[in-house]
Design a protein around this ligand. Structure first.
Ligand SMILES: [Zn+2]
Length: 227
């Protein structure tokens, strides 16, 4: 018998079988409803070398981040590090961070964990980003119209034609140097509204090691949890 997939999904709308290997190495087979075990096995047999190769490859790729559950001891990111979440019997409604101890949330707010975390991250990002924008804008003589913190999942920041800057509250999770890079990147757009050579040259003057931070975000951005 061929190696079995980790999951079989029977799909009403599906006409033929398909096998997928996900980041982390999980093998998923999709089949039309009612496909026999015999047909599945022969399909797996036919594709066994492809599956083995792909699995070896995908095992090296980090699996996508899991959604947070807000349970006791769960690790939450802040500024590039992880800290445990503690559920408390009483306390403030919001999520609280205590240096050296981690995050605290009252048990009754556990069901609102995602909202509480977003509020916390939003405020943290607003403070951190505003400080960086002010510092770098002054240093490089740049003008910013406004700063807005968004819930964007795939975009760290953006800069409008009018030089209004948007930053994702997810920046609260990344190391301070990576946050600094995103701020410098968007600020550099106030001078060059494109990704021209001039833009990157200017960014390199603002932040000589920006490549390192850019790589960190590319490699780790998608692994940071969803909530
Ligand atoms: Zn850009």
């Amino acid at each position: 018998m061929p190696q079995q997939p980790d999951e079989i999904i029977y799909d009403r709308r599906r006409k033929r079988m398909m096998v997928q290997v996900l980041p982390g190495g999980k093998v998923v087979l999709k089949a039309p409803v009612g496909t026999s075990r015999r047909k599945i096995n022969s399909f797996l047999e036919q594709h066994s070398s492809w599956i083995a190769e792909k699995r070896a490859l995908m095992e090296k790729v980090a699996p996508p981040a899991q959604a947070l559950k807000f349970v006791e001891g769960e690790m939450l990111w802040l500024a590039g590090r992880q800290y445990p979440l503690h559920l408390a019997d009483k306390g403030a409604k919001g999520l609280v961070f205590k240096q050296g101890q981690g995050f605290f949330l009252v048990k009754t707010e556990q069901k609102n964990g995602a909202e509480r975390l977003k509020t916390f991250y939003r405020e943290y990002t607003r403070k951190a980003v505003t400080a960086e924008v002010n510092r770098l804008a002054r240093q490089w003589g740049l003008q910013v119209k406004s700063i807005r913190i968004t819930g964007a999942k795939r975009r760290w920041g953006s800069c409008s034609r009018q030089n209004s800057l948007n930053f994702s509250l997810r920046l609260a999770m990344v190391p301070p140097e990576a946050l600094e890079y995103v701020v410098a990147h968007e600020l550099a757009h106030t001078r060059y509204h494109d990704h021209s050579r001039a833009f990157w040259t200017f960014l390199g003057q603002m932040l000589p090691d920006y490549e390192v931070q850019r790589r960190w975000l590319k490699q780790n951005g998608l692994r940071l949890p969803d909530f």
